[in-house]
Design a protein around this ligand. Sequence first.
Ligand SMILES: *Cc1c(COP(=O)(O)O)cnc(C)c1O
Ligand SMILES: [Zn+2]
Length: 390
Amino acid sequence: MPIHTTDYTQTLLCPVCGEQYDPNQVQTYCKHCNSPLLTRYDLPRVRQSLTREALRARPRGLWRWAELLPVHDPEYRFSLGEGDTPLLHSERLGASLGLSHLYIKDESSNATGTFKARGLVVAVSRAFELGIREFVVPTAGNAGGALAAYAARAGAISHIYMPADTPVANQVEVKMAGADLHLVDGLINDAGRQAAADAALHGWFDVSTFKEPYRVEGKKTMGFELAEAFDWTLPDVILYPTGGGTGLVGMCKAFDELEALGWIDSRRPRMVSVQAAGCAPVVKAFQSGAERTELWPNAATIASGLRVPNPFADRLILSALRESQGTAVSVTDEEILAAQREIGAKEGIFCAPEGAATFAALRHLVSSAWIKPDETIVLFNTGTGLKYIQ
Ligand SMILES: *Cc1c(COP(=O)(O)O)cnc(C)c1O
Ligand SMILES: [Zn+2]
């Protein structure tokens, strides 16, 4: 039974200059400041019509948060069963660092094997509702797979641009979903340039990270699920492997929305961006006190989802880290591989390297006493390691 038609979206707001954009038109990002746009909902009205009990009684999945998502008509809420992933108490792994409240939010059960599904299902659904039928995305790998799958599910066309050295699983899944695959010599920013040029030429809709407003809306549902799983409290620390920063920014937005609904209080987790030593623009900017990231030269890491040399939402990522009293940590590929084995052996979870990176970072933060043994910690395993087998 689909959840009824909803329309609680009020406006799209540029967080830098405050300009507002009409959410009932196709929008991209703020052209004055090159900033992402963020959706504002009529939260007082949501508060009157939605209860936590009603939410819990709905069928599992991301769309049970429909009042807090931008798609109005249930007919356009496409789905491959994304969301409501397990939150796994990881006792053996935690004990190895002296922690008793360590959890892994395991996103590997999403369609296409990563949490990119959450963002793309919402972006594709809303764009389709507004009349878009042809999509394009530059990708470090997993976003392309997710776009290809959801475009196929919706009956739309997709064009995927990825670096030629992207894991082979990403290339195969895109082709299997009937998408148009372009392999690019270079990194994701080079793929982005080509995709943008072809998009302009052909009129395709570009769903690059933060260049349309709704992938972040899909990813914020991870924050909703955490709050619900901890019985409407939040953990002390969240470690998030950061590429474009969608989930980090999205979860902070989710917490603010839940507070406005009166469902959680004003306490927030310390947010930690985890990056790879071979591509750590957020860590560098955080440590130097900068508001913007600088292009990371020759970005290289096995964690392809973290190979984002200059994230478009840099200002939002850095302010989310600072406002939450969080931090940013980089780890080497060797540490990532060791962490991947350890999580597998202790918990039976075959993490993506991006997810494993959070455990490697946790080790640093525990040994520097930035994290205390009795704190509640959530690591994000953002995908399955199976996608990285070469
Ligand atoms: C894209 C990706 C990331 C980074 O996510 P962002 O929200 O862009 O920071 C992390 N892990 C995996 C597996 C990814 O595909
Ligand atoms: Zn602006």
